[in-house]
Design a protein around this ligand. Structure first.
Ligand SMILES: [Zn+2]
Length: 543
């Protein structure tokens, strides 16, 4: 009996640790296809006086019930396929029992009418001039506070907005502005439609007394800036990197995925929020000091950290918005890509030194984070999604891409990235999808690389000891000092002798590698990873 009890206890322990993994609200039995969002705001933009959201949905699994996430606002009326429906409101969800079972492939229309002041997601505030503003800011799962949705990145859908606001207000939203109409009561209704599916956290409206500024030169998509009235004169220079960024990513990846691009200075709890085709930047964007040691951009005359930020948010239009992470564990496919592609823009437009500095800063951020906690990039456990905005998903994700580029070569790497984008645009992708695309482009098996760098934690701490044995022979002993498993990436080593430099590639299979190198003279110095192609720490001991 004791043994049995112990077995049961063990089973309980095993199953409870299995349950520790974060539970995500994935698409289960239905999938949204299109949202029609009608919102009327009051005079002071302090409340939604009336709203209705119509969701065209498709059943993906036979079901008798449907659940949609919705925040705390007052629900006035709900219909299913045009008929009044009863629902149960519980745990932040509206729950519907269907009159009969529906099967996969069937379409339904769910409509919710509501009003009130959203607790989150749509920020009702004042801009820096003190004028009222209403700006969506939904990452990671805050859109359901003002739009009923499946609030998970994988639940992508197209969206049409009809936003009614006082006539003195400007309205921006995702997609193309179809028309503006004046209502019988003198307000204006703005209709925007986003024709390709976007993740719910990217659905946005921004309402306020913006100055709208457009660059003189034509960009690859209609480009406009929405800034507080007092910053009208700062917008053109402040956003001057945007058009070259659009050009650069179009050349490097694919054509821009949306109908227009609006860059907005307004309310966001982030430095920038990458809403599809309507990015919101922090209200102090144009007052930010240049961060040392990178300083000012020679090219654009703005702080280099702003160049990076603008490039980062625009890179998200391809990575994150168009190719969306299929789970929160795959977040690096959004943040790591945006960080690395911003660095690539910096490399092209600001030079190698600026690029090196940004990759070195990334290294420092990763090492600092890893001192606190060792967690894989592919993180299935962290419950608080805000905590996923960490060095793993940003800087280490960027480093993973940089190492893949270094190991596969530019040609295979960028071909793989283009194929990955092409296969998953307007849809979702997983880390395994990226691996498959890069394997196909390079002909290399990347399972070990992904297992160690994406699904495991830490970084290599190499210690190279060298021994001059005389008789034209050098012995190299490469030891990996990190806790955890070995890294088997090729390690470049440069040996300097009086006759010059010689490059050697060490190929560790475990934590200890001993290699003999024939060499004419005793080394003067030996350097590990001299061109910094690995996210590593190195020490060299010689005699
Ligand atoms: Zn980002």
């Amino acid at each position: 009996m004791k043994t049995l009890a112990r077995v049961i206890l063990l089973l309980l322990l095993v199953s409870s640790s299995a349950f520790a993994a974060r539970v995500e609200r994935l698409i289960d039995n239905w999938q949204p296809k299109h949202y029609l969002v009608n919102i009327t705001l009051n005079d002071q933009l302090s409340e939604i006086t009336s709203a209705s959201v119509r969701i065209n949905l498709t059943i993906v699994k036979a079901t008798r019930e449907i659940e949609v996430e919705f925040g705390e606002m007052t629900v006035d009326r709900v219909t299913l396929n045009g008929l009044p429906a009863t629902y149960l409101r519980k745990d932040g969800k509206l729950h519907f029992d269907l009159p009969q079972a529906v099967g996969p492939g069937e379409s339904m229309v769910l409509e919710v009418e509501y009003h009130g002041k959203p607790k989150d997601g749509l920020i009702l505030t004042k801009d820096k001039d003190g004028n009222p503003a209403a700006v969506g800011d939904n990452w990671p799962n805050r859109v359901h506070h003002w739009i009923p949705t499946i609030d998970h990145p994988s639940a992508k859908a197209t969206v049409t907005f009809n936003i009614t606001a006082p006539a003195n207000q400007e309205v921006v939203a995702n997609g193309k502005l179809d028309h503006v109409e004046t209502t019988a009561t003198g307000e204006r209704t703005w209709t925007y439609s986003e024709g390709v599916p976007i993740p719910p956290y990217c659905m946005i409206i921004a309402v306020g007394q913006f100055a709208k500024v457009e660059p003189v030169e034509r960009a690859l998509t209609p480009l406009s800036y929405y800034v507080p009235l007092s910053e009208r004169d700062l917008a053109l220079k402040g956003f001057s990197p945007a058009a070259p960024v659009l050009q650069f990513f179009t050349n490097t990846v694919a054509p821009y995925p949306y109908e227009k691009l609006a860059l907005i200075v307004g309310a966001t709890r982030f430095g920038g929020m990458e809403n599809s085709s309507a990015i919101v930047f922090t209200s102090n964007l144009f007052n930010r000091a240049a961060a040392p040691p990178i300083g000012m951009s020679q090219r654009f005359g703005v702080p280099l950290n702003n160049v990076s930020l603008i490039a980062h948010e625009i890179a998200h239009q391809w990575f994150g918005d168009s190719v969306t992470e299929s789970t929160w564990s795959d977040l690096w496919l959004s943040e790591g890509f945006a960080t690395y592609f911003a660095a690539l823009f910096v490399q092209r437009f600001e030079g190698e030194d600026a690029f090196r500095i940004s990759m070195n800063n990334a290294t420092l951020a990763v090492f600092a984070d890893e001192k606190k906690k060792l967690v894989p990039i592919f993180d299935r456990d962290t419950e608080n999604l805000m905590e996923l905005l960490n060095a793993n998903n940003y800087q280490k994700g960027a480093w993973v891409l940089h190492m893949l580029r270094s190991q596969l070569g530019d040609d295979a790497f960028f071909r793989g990235i283009k194929n990955y984008y092409e296969s998953h645009k307007n849809s979702t992708a997983s880390s395994e999808d990226l691996r498959a695309a890069l394997e196909k482009a390079s002909g290399k098996n990347l399972r070990t690389f992904f297992t160690r760098w994406v699904y495991d934690s830490g970084h290599p701490q190499y210690e190279l000891a060298w021994y001059w044995l005389g008789k034209r022979e050098l012995r190299l002993v490469l030891t990996q000092r990190q806790s955890g498993n070995a890294f088997v990436d090729p390690v470049p080593v440069t040996i300097t002798t009086v006759s010059g430099k010689r490059d050697v590639i060490l190929k560790p299979a475990g934590k200890l590698l001993i290699e003999r190198v024939p060499l004419r003279q005793k080394p003067i110095s030996i350097e590990v990873d001299p061109r910094n192609v690995l996210l590593d720490e190195t020490t060299v001991k010689g005699n």
